[in-house]
Write a protein that binds this ligand. Structure first.
Ligand code: NCD
Ligand code: ZN
Length: 344
């Protein structure tokens, strides 16, 4: 059987949630990843170092027995975040803070209304060597949802990068050719995560032949020319692009609803999805850099030293994942077949 062995990968963008979902979401990531960056958009959001470190403990407690999985926690920036909060967080070893423009995505209502007023925080972060993680979309009712990322680049990202050349920035879950071009043209302090859904799908997969709520995420899937630009970015082997699943579990009835929420639950099949994409692009030799090296290098963390092995084998993704307490998650690609499988 054909196999592929790579350094154990990390996931630099993941939503674990809390409550009933936590045990399952941690299990799914710990299955394959050594580290995952745990996004802070809980209700209420994680706005202090104290809460971030408590959340880290919560995730550690939820790990399967014997797992050496390591969550990396981050702060959620708000209009009320102070320089001192950044200093305390840096002192406690927190590596990054996340900027959500208010109202732009799931649990972002208490986020940032005026990005420019955060400049003193960005200055402090640059001094402390803390990374700024950005959900790069505007929340302007006059801007079409498909244009919200490219408008964000012009209105906010260009000026931030110009004002803080020393600040390390991760442009999260890029979804457009404009974002790829921007990252490629920026300094080595600017990098981006790319999700499996933005590599595998385009907006036809969301809207043609009936609405597919489990393919709905933010940033929304774009037309195929953007998908192709993202695929091209990963096949170059550029160190600026790395793995961030944006795995975002929501209960079945929240997704399959008259006002369904955004997020694809990709963690249970994440590395298999990426392997499928890289293989389809004839670039399997670039998977390890993207999944296991570039992110750790950008974060200034050591690369993992152990390995995982994937086997070339057709298998079917489960239709549903029941949680303790009776709730149900529908994994991304439910019922569809994949061509690589982790050897556990
Ligand atoms: C994420 C979530 O559910 O928390 N949803 C999503 O569609 N990606 C939030 C986010 O990363 O935007
Ligand atoms: Zn996310």
């Amino acid at each position: 059987m054909q196999t592929l062995t790579i350094t154990t990968p990390d996931d630099w963008h993941c939503h674990f949630r809390d409550g009933d979902t936590l045990t399952e979401s941690v299990r799914a990531s710990a299955r394959v990843f050594r580290r995952a960056l745990a996004m802070p958009n809980l209700t209420p959001p994680i706005t202090t170092a104290k809460r971030a470190l408590e959340y880290r403990e919560q995730i550690l407690t939820a790990r399967p027995a014997g797992s050496d999985f390591e969550p990396v926690v981050t702060l959620y920036l708000t209009d009320a975040t102070k320089r001192e909060d950044i200093q305390i967080a840096a002192k406690q070893g927190i590596k990054a803070a996340k900027l959500y423009p208010a109202g732009v995505t799931t649990n972002s209502d208490s986020a940032v209304n005026s990005i420019e007023t955060l400049y003193p925080l960005f200055e402090e972060m640059a001094q402390q060597g803390m990374l700024l993680l950005i959900h790069g979309e505007v929340n302007d009712p006059d801007i079409d949802i498909f244009d919200r990322e490219s408008v964000f680049i012009d209105r906010h990202l260009q000026p931030i990068v110009k004002a803080f050349p020393e600040l390390k920035i991760v442009f999260e879950h890029v979804s457009t050719s404009e974002a790829v071009d921007f990252v490629n043209g920026a300094s080595e302090n600017v990098a981006a995560t790319i999700t499996p859904q933005h590599l595998l799908l385009n907006r036809n997969d969301l809207l043609v032949g009936g609405l597919k709520p489990h393919n709905y995420c933010l940033p929304i899937l774009k037309r195929s020319s953007h998908q192709v630009a993202l695929q091209k970015a990963i096949t170059t082997g550029s160190k600026k692009f790395f793995l961030g699943t944006d795995s975002a579990p929501h209960e079945q009835n929240q997704k399959e609803s008259a006002c369904g929420c955004a997020g694809c639950y990709t963690a249970p099949v994440a590395i298999e999805l990426y392997a499928q994409v890289f293989e389809s692009l004839d670039a399997l030799d670039k998977l390890e850099g993207f999944a296991s090296h570039h992110g750790a290098d950008f974060y200034g963390l050591p690369r993992n030293t152990d390995k995982i092995t994937l086997a070339k084998k057709t298998w079917t993704v489960p239709e549903k994942i029941p949680l303790n307490g009776g709730k149900i998650l529908i994994p991304f690609f439910a019922g569809q077949s994949l061509s690589w499988q982790l050897q556990e």
